[in-house]
Ligand binder design. Structure first.
Ligand code: ATP
Ligand code: MG
Length: 410
């Protein structure tokens, strides 16, 4: 019997793999410009890392995590997100000991046992970045601008929504008020939200169910519960964003699904890919480092889902044109082999046709590869332009390389 991939998991190949690479490479270039350093984090972590960071009452920890016991009896989890691991590494590797501040980026797979649908998988991939050791709203503005730069370079339009959650203390007061409000409207909430009123009332504001959206329309607003200095910080951030020419919408309902956020939270959202419209999201988590056993360190970060970005990209920018080298008969295999490797050394994208057969079958393959040029290797090698149909005969294979080079490299 044929073995199938596991539900919620995907093979990324062909044009999708190209899009995937294009996104990662574009993001890397932008990270590089902003002087972020890469960190390659483990896929498996002690399960308590996520319980203590993401939060016990979150969907991720309650029902989405891949948790198992390894052969040594350790309770481990496949990472559901990157920030917790980055914070763990920041503490464990004593990065803070160097002083100053630290800017890290990462890329790779995340795992969440969610209901699979378009733009939602059980293994998905993120690019993300974190800044440790700065509390200035300058860093919030820079991070948001960096995400915007990545989206711009990918040709993706998304609206930016921002909010502030303030400090834990005033948020607690807000949550109490919100809870009181929600108790009154409880009957109109969806079943999941009914339980959230007690465990995680903020999450009700984030519920995608229409009736929940409606019944929380007049809910108290977090900004009314924050002390002056948190508001001032928010005002400063908005000023910086305006100065950078970044449009944004203030959304007082934006709360994010993880417990560790403080002050700034933001999302880049699009309507073009259905309900799963958040393509990048992040915020500040000033208490998390301390909470996980490190020194008090203000921090912030973002993550973007690569699969959702892929849905928004039509085409990757043009690549070098392909030339297919066809030995007319086996007798010319060696010449074709040498020619192909010379072409690749000169930077040309080259397919040496590896399968024997009739010329017709070879041409069929060349077309399937998307050949822009074909070189027929025989005593007198020939070059065919597949677009114009023009054919030229050359003295030696090397002569072809000189001519082709100018035509195929973009
Ligand atoms: P959502 O509200 O869409 O579930 P989230 O708040 O759970 O998102 P984060 O944990 O902030 O998402 O992750 C950041 C980004 O990672 C999301 O904006 C999205 O682009 C992507 N992402 C999250 N979960 C998935 C998933 N199961 N499949 C694909 N992409 C995902
Ligand atoms: Mg989610």
């Amino acid at each position: 019997m044929e073995i199938k991939k596991v539900r919620g998991f995907q093979d990324i190949y062909g044009d999708n793999a190209k899009k995937y690479r294009f996104i990662v490479e574009t993001a890397r270039e932008v990270f590089e410009k902003y002087n972020f350093q890469e960190i390659i984090l483990p896929y498996v972590e002690d399960v308590s890392l996520f319980i203590r960071s993401v939060g016990e009452m979150t969907d991720i920890v309650q029902k989405e995590m891949y948790v198992f016991e390894d052969r040594g009896g350790r309770r481990v989890a496949l990472r559901p997100e990157g920030t917790a691991s980055a914070v763990r590494a920041f503490i464990e590797e004593r990065m803070y000991a160097k002083g100053g501040y630290h800017k890290l980026f990462y890329e790779g797979a995340m795992f969440r046992y969610e209901r699979p649908q378009a733009g939602r998988y059980r293994q998905f991939h993120q690019i993300g970045a974190e800044i440790f050791g700065v509390d200035s709203p300058l860093s919030d503005a820079e991070l948001i601008k960096m995400v915007k730069d990545i989206l711009d370079r990918l040709g993706i339009e998304a609206r930016l929504e921002i909010n502030t959650l303030g400090d834990f203390e005033s948020r607690k007061r807000y949550m109490d008020a919100l809870r009181e409000y929600l108790k009154k409207t409880k009957d109109t909430l969806c079943d999941i939200c009914k339980t959230r009123v007690k465990t995680n009332p903020l999450r009700v504001l984030d519920c995608k169910v229409e009736q929940c959206k409606q019944s929380t329309e007049d809910a108290p607003k977090i900004t009314d519960f924050l002390p002056e200095e948190r508001i001032e910080r928010y005002v400063k951030l908005k000023e910086y964003l305006k100065a950078l020419g970044i449009d944004f919408i203030e959304n007082p309902r934006l709360v994010r699904g993880l417990d560790y956020y403080t002050d700034t939270v933001f999302e880049f959202i699009t309507e073009k890919i259905g309900a799963q419209g958040t393509v990048a999201a992040g915020g500040r988590y000033d208490k998390l480092v301390e909470q996980l056993g490190g020194p008090p360190t203000p921090a912030l970060g973002f993550a973007a889902g690569i699969e959702r970005l892929m849905l928004l990209i039509d085409k990757v920018p043009s690549e070098n044109l392909l030339t297919v080298v066809i030995p007319l008969t086996d007798e010319f295999n060696l010449t074709a082999l040498k020619l192909s490797s010379l072409m690749r050394e000169r930077g040309m994208k080259t397919e040496l046709l590896l399968k024997a057969g009739s010329l017709k079958s070879k041409m069929k393959l060349a077309n399937r590869f998307g050949a822009r040029f074909v070189v027929f290797v025989s005593e007198r090698p020939e070059l065919k332009d597949m677009e114009t149909g023009e054919q030229e005969v050359f003295e030696t294979a090397e002569d072809i390389v000189d001519v082709l080079e100018k035509r195929v490299l973009v």
